[in-house]
Design a protein around this ligand. Structure first.
Ligand code: GAF
Length: 390
């Protein structure tokens, strides 16, 4: 998106003269290569930031008002509130994400001296599971940090973003999305230990391959409540295992330890949820190794196993994502494919030979339309940096 266009849209919406200085920022979305529903289980994830995301233009005000406007929610119009009254309000819709971030930053780092006007415009498909909400949270966090020179460490901002999601919005998500959005690095995956927050960047040497993002366009109905349900199922399974094992999280278990102790979980559903978490965690470690060794074929195989586990044991895929992924597997040139993100709709990703991308899109697209009745959208992913000033 062109910076000058963004600035002139901002000036128009807020009736601000062209001569006044403004600040512009970009915050990405994310895909997760592997390591799904492992973050809140104390495990590993391997996401990357993408070059689609959310742009923000900001100007400080002289009073304590905040006015925010999103081009993507133009129907909602301008939303206005005070720095001194930052409560969740359903009618404020998307603005609750920045509002929550302002609130927690003020609670921890002191009151901001003045409010601001902010124009937001994004090119991430909404509700597609590419973390448009984490993108907004981190956008707001980085803007406040830089425009008000607060000097907050980036990882602290990531944690505050998660707190907004958990405590302000009410989704018990882990830390992966805010971390990927805030810490992204061009052409790199991020291997993160969600228990210790130790991480390393893993260069994505995928040779003549592309990562294709496929949006199922299936609305993520009830996704938040089902997400919270999966999380509590894992916590329940953990408590049952802890009656005998000295572990902090499911992420502490090897596959063998799980198999030897799974009898402690006397419920089939809980057992399958825990099995996914344990096996997915170990797959993520193997995936990092294969990436480092340039062994894409093993990497692709792990992606496929990850999807199967989410279909069978975690039960979060659904007919739309299964149709996309199974059709992706059948295409020549596909190295691996899986759903990405929280599930219950949203996106899949596929690692595809660059020469086969066009036919991949045609074949998978047509098959999907025929079976599901509406279209999927395809994007060729570029892996970019985390939230930054532009
Ligand atoms: C969502 C959550 F926000 C993440 O924390 C993570 O749990 C993911 O689903 C599943 O891996 O994106």
């Amino acid at each position: 998106m062109d910076k000058n266009t963004l600035i002139s849209e901002f000036q128009q919406v807020f009736s601000i003269e062209a001569s006044q200085a403004v600040h512009t920022f970009f915050s990405p979305g994310r895909i997760n290569l592997i390591g799904e529903h492992t973050d809140y289980n104390g495990g590993y994830v391997l996401p990357c930031a993408i070059t689609y995301g959310t742009y923000g233009v900001v100007k400080r005000r002289e009073d304590r008002r905040v006015r925010v406007y999103s081009k993507n929610f133009a129907n909602i119009g301008m939303i206005e509130f005070s720095l001194d009254l930052l409560e969740f309000a359903a009618e404020d819709n998307w603005a609750n994400y920045p509002k929550g971030m302002i609130r927690y930053i003020q609670e921890r780092y002191g009151s901001l001296p003045v409010g601001f006007d902010m124009y937001v415009s994004g090119n991430l498909p909404n509700g597609a599971g590419l973390s448009s909400s984490a993108s907004l949270e981190m956008l707001m966090g980085v803007i406040l940090n830089e425009v008000y020179a607060l000097g907050i460490d980036r990882i602290e901002l990531v944690k505050l973003g998660q707190k907004v999601e958990n405590d302000f919005i009410g989704v018990n998500s882990g830390i992966m999305d805010q971390f990927a959005v805030g810490m992204g690095k061009v052409n790199c995956g991020m291997f993160l230990d969600c228990q210790t927050l130790e991480y390393e960047y893993a260069p994505l040497d995928i040779g003549g391959h592309k990562i294709i993002i496929i949006n199922s366009n299936k609305r993520r109905e009830l996704a938040d409540s089902k997400y919270n349900e999966r999380r509590s199922e894992c916590e329940h399974a953990l408590r049952l295992l802890q009656r005998k094992l000295d572990i902090q999280s499911l992420g502490d278990l090897t596959e063998e330890e799980f198999e030897a102790n799974q009898f402690l979980i006397d419920d089939d559903v809980l057992k399958r949820r825990a099995k996914h978490a344990v096996y997915e965690n170990n797959r993520t470690k193997k995936a990092l190794k294969s990436l480092k060794e340039g062994d894409l074929s093993t990497f692709g195989h792990l992606m496929n196993e990850s999807h199967l586990s989410m279909r069978k044991d975690y039960e979060i895929t659904g007919i739309e994502l299964d149709t996309l992924v199974e059709s992706a597997w059948a295409q020549p040139g596909t190295v691996g494919a899986r759903m990405t993100g929280g599930g219950f709709g949203g996106c899949a990703i596929a690692l595809v030979d660059a020469n086969e991308v066009d036919s991949f899109i045609t074949e998978v697209g047509e098959g999907y339309k025929q079976k599901i009745g509406y279209e999927a959208d395809f994007y060729v992913a570029s892996i970019g940096d985390g939230t930054k000033r532009i």
